[in-house]
Design a protein around this ligand. Structure first.
Ligand code: SAH
Length: 412
């Protein structure tokens, strides 16, 4: 029978008997846990030797003797010789030291669990019968997968005095384009404060008791003012709740994430930021457009289309080697292109307007600087859209045959 116990090895002496590959793997794990590692082995394999050098570990260059186990809380034997391993295990038993015996098909007095971690939860798998490491690992991996997908109830049941705010970048929309960390934090959250853009589909997967507050802004409409969003974050965290502020793309790209961080810090609320795939790069990519491309575009200039173009933007628009990406630019497109043309930008500069990138409604309009504004009106371009100005926006840059096929006729 086995009882699984979490043991804190930090600052505790662990003795590794043996210096081969198994020893190296285990040493790495013990070091991660903060253990003090002593190795007893006449010689070392390459991986173990490297660890000894890198971490200045104690190495006793000899066959193991009783004195080598002094001060040990835990001994791990992996000499490759079942008899020696058994002798070490017997010595440990006499001295009441827990021993993991890698050479013993029935385990020693202790065994290492196959572990998977998610945030501050550790799930370990051990077998109560014979050793079958392959099976244990597969089970561990399957549980790890569930944890990462947010499929397990990892939300805290006990409130802490002060909660925490996580600003999570959700990426451009699809649920599987949020980061693993962001997804985990969502499944741990008590409150989710969300925008309209981003992976809002993930909200359907949250447990019903999780409070979801939609503060989504549409262009021209500001349903919840920024100040009020800041107050919601601070107020919920003060109640001891764990708050996820879910944002489209990356929190620090035109998302007012900086202001939210500052508000939390000013209120003494712990806050952190999880990056997300920004639409600057991922939306053009969805239309097959690389924002830089060797030989075509070496620099990237990004602007908020609601602001009048600056000198730097007009210079970028004139430079054939620079890609200019405009966010939130649909309503100001006419003014933007007119300013660029009168500043001397190339009338034939390729332009791509990518609407609702990475969604079922994705649509790309390929045009040129001189015709973009008129064409956007004709085709009825709508928000959200990313506009790409530059030679990378040419329709046939990467996939000439696919892009030029009329819709419906494309064969892959
Ligand atoms: N923080 C976000 C940007 C927020 S500003 C990010 O890093 O992506 C909102 C603008 O982003 C929109 O007006 C639009 O220009 C762009 N945008 C975001 N998601 C988009 C999508 N899926 N398709 C097209 N444009 C998108």
């Amino acid at each position: 029978m086995t009882t699984m116990i979490g043991i804190a090895l930090t600052g505790r002496q662990v003795v590794l008997v043996g210096g081969g590959d198994v020893a190296a793997r285990r040493i790495r794990r013990f070091l991660l846990d903060g253990a003090i590692v002593r190795i007893v082995a006449p010689e070392l394999g390459e991986a173990t030797a490297r660890l000894v050098a890198e971490h200045a570990l104690e190495w006793r260059t000899r066959g193991v003797g009783p004195g080598d186990l002094d001060d040990a809380w835990l001994v791990h034997t992996a000499t490759g010789d079942a008899r020696i391993d058994a002798d070490v295990a017997a010595l440990c038993e006499e001295r009441r030291i827990l021993c993991i015996n890698a050479g013993d098909g029935s385990h020693g007095s202790a065994r290492l669990a196959a572990e998977t971690r998610s945030g501050d939860s550790i799930v370990g798998v051990v077998s109560d019968a014979g050793v079958d490491p392959g099976r244990t690992r597969l089970l561990r991996d399957a549980i790890g997968e569930l944890l990462r997908e947010g499929g397990l109830p990892v939300r805290r049941r006990r409130l802490t005095a002060v909660g925490q705010v996580h600003l999570v970048g959700g990426g451009p929309g699809p649920v599987d384009l949020i980061t693993v960390r962001g997804r985990r934090l969502l499944s741990e959250a008590d409150v989710v404060v969300t925008d309209r853009l981003g992976p809002i589909g993930v909200l359907d997967e949250l447990a019903p008791e999780i409070e979801v507050i939609d503060v989504g802004k549409r262009p021209g409409h500001h349903p919840v003012p920024q100040q009020e969003i800041n107050e919601i974050l601070v107020e919920r965290a003060r109640r001891g709740l764990r708050v996820v502020r879910l944002k489209g793309g990356d929190p620090f790209v035109y998302g007012r994430g900086g202001e939210e961080v500052a508000a939390c810090l000013a209120a003494g609320i712990p806050v952190d930021v999880v990056p997300g795939l920004t639409s600057i790069v991922s939306v053009p990519q969805a239309a097959g457009i690389p924002v830089t491309h060797r030989g075509t575009a070496a620099a990237l200039h990004v602007v908020n289309g609601q602001d009048a173009p600056t000198e730097a933007t007009l210079a970028a628009m004139r430079d054939p080697q620079t890609t200019t990406v405009v966010l939130m630019g649909v309503s100001a497109l006419l003014g933007f292109t007119a300013a660029a043309l009168s500043a001397g930008a190339d009338r034939e500069l390729p332009v791509a307007i990518v609407e609702s990138g990475h969604t079922d409604e994705q649509r790309t309009t390929h045009t040129t600087l001189a015709t973009a504004a008129a064409e956007a009106v004709t085709t009825g371009v709508r928000n959200p859209a990313v506009m790409v100005f530059g030679h990378v926006a040419a329709a046939d840059l990467l996939l000439p045959s696919l892009v030029s096929e009329p819709a419906g006729d494309t064969t892959l």
